[in-house]
Ligand binder design. Structure first.
Ligand SMILES: CCCCC/C=C\C/C=C\CC/C=C/CC(=O)SCCNC(=O)CCNC(=O)[C@H](O)C(C)(C)COP(=O)(O)OP(=O)(O)OC[C@H]1O[C@@H](n2cnc3c(N)ncnc32)[C@H](O)[C@@H]1OP(=O)(O)O
Length: 286
């Protein structure tokens, strides 16, 4: 029953582009906001976000990421490593400009694609790891928690600091955080709007390892992916999805309800005023 419902729900996000070859993948498959490099020897695909200056999750970047995840999965790569081509920022999270005084139809599209991205990453059939080679606030952190393993470079921050500027997060975003950290730590960190330093993140278990360089981070992620070599890939995928079932069911059960709640909240004066102050703060930093 559980397995059937899992398979059923997974069909909803089944990758469509299943005929592409590894060669064309390694040549880069889309508009350049992401790049895919497949290591010939290991068969592991590295997916890099490449949207200067800070990899904000715009509609286009999120579309590219979903396409890339689907392509990597369809090509039966041995694993997927998510990273950034910026050496200071993994991802600055959602594009705040999309949330400020938004066009209502575009906002719906934006939130829906964010849900899709999280589902694609969270339910990706092959092993996934994040090489966090820069700051990873807010949705940057949520993307990392949707992966199975996290390796981070020193002197950066990661976490969900939404309450600092009067944002709430959806339940599924909270569950993603909670799938990595104990509930009491998540509750405290979300309420404080805490950004963890690399060292703090390691101590609480938000990340699994610290690496000295991006090259080392990629190697550590690849070593993690190698730990599944003895597992049957289909059994592994089904097991991963069963383990994650309760997290995704929350969203799949009522995507429209989540969309409605988010759109309503984003339109409140509380949210818009907090966002306006946050955007000013980012400008004044200069
Ligand atoms: C009752 C039930 C209700 C349910 C409600 C559910 C949901 C409700 C609704 C809301 C959703 C809340 C979800 C939030 C998830 C998010 O991801 S929101 C995004 C939050 N992200 C941030 O706050 C990060 C802000 N950025 C930074 O802190 C820094 O930029 C950085 C990442 C640390 C990098 O610093 P650095 O010094 O290298 O760069 P700059 O700060 O100079 O930035 C360069 C440039 O980029 C612009 N920028 C940065 N981040 C963003 C962003 N997220 N969106 C848009 N633009 C961004 C910055 O302003 C600079 O622009 P420039 O001045 O024009 O150069």
């Amino acid at each position: 029953m559980l397995r059937n419902s899992l398979i059923g729900s997974l069909r909803q996000i089944k990758p469509i582009l299943c005929s592409q070859s590894l060669r064309s993948l390694s040549n880069g498959a889309n508009s350049g906001l992401t790049t895919i490099e497949v290591d010939d020897k290991s068969g592991i695909a590295t997916l890099s976000m490449n949207l200067p200056p800070v990899n904000t999750l715009t509609l286009n970047l999120m579309h590219d990421l979903i396409d890339s995840i689907n392509q990597i999965e369809c090509n039966k790569s041995r694993g997927l490593i998510l990273t950034s081509s910026n050496d200071k920022v993994f991802s600055a999270g959602l594009d705040l400009k999309e949330l400020y005084k938004p066009d209502q139809e575009r906002l719906k599209e934006f939130w829906t694609i964010f849900q899709d991205l999280w589902l694609a990453l969270h339910l990706c059939g092959i092993p996934t790891a994040a090489a966090i080679n820069g700051h990873a606030p807010a949705a940057g952190c949520i993307m990392a928690t949707a992966c199975e393993y996290r390796v981070m470079l020193p002197d950066f921050v990661i976490g969900v600091h939404a309450t600092r500027f009067s944002f709430l997060v959806s339940k599924w975003m909270m569950l993603s955080y909670q799938s990595v950290l104990p509930r009491r730590i998540v509750e405290r960190a979300l309420n404080q709007g805490k950004l963890f330093s690399t060292q703090e993140a390691l101590e609480v278990g938000l990340i699994d390892e610290v690496a000295g360089s991006k090259k080392e981070a990629l190697a550590q992620c690849a070593a993690f992916i190698g730990t599944f070599d003895k597992a049957n890939p289909i059994a592994r995928t089904l097991t991963k999805r069963m383990c994650r079932d309760s997290d995704v069911t929350e969203l799949l059960r009522d995507r429209a309800g989540d969309l409605r709640a988010c759109v309503d909240y984003i339109n409140t004066p509380l949210f818009q005023e907090g966002l306006s102050a946050h955007l000013e703060g980012l400008k004044e930093k200069k």
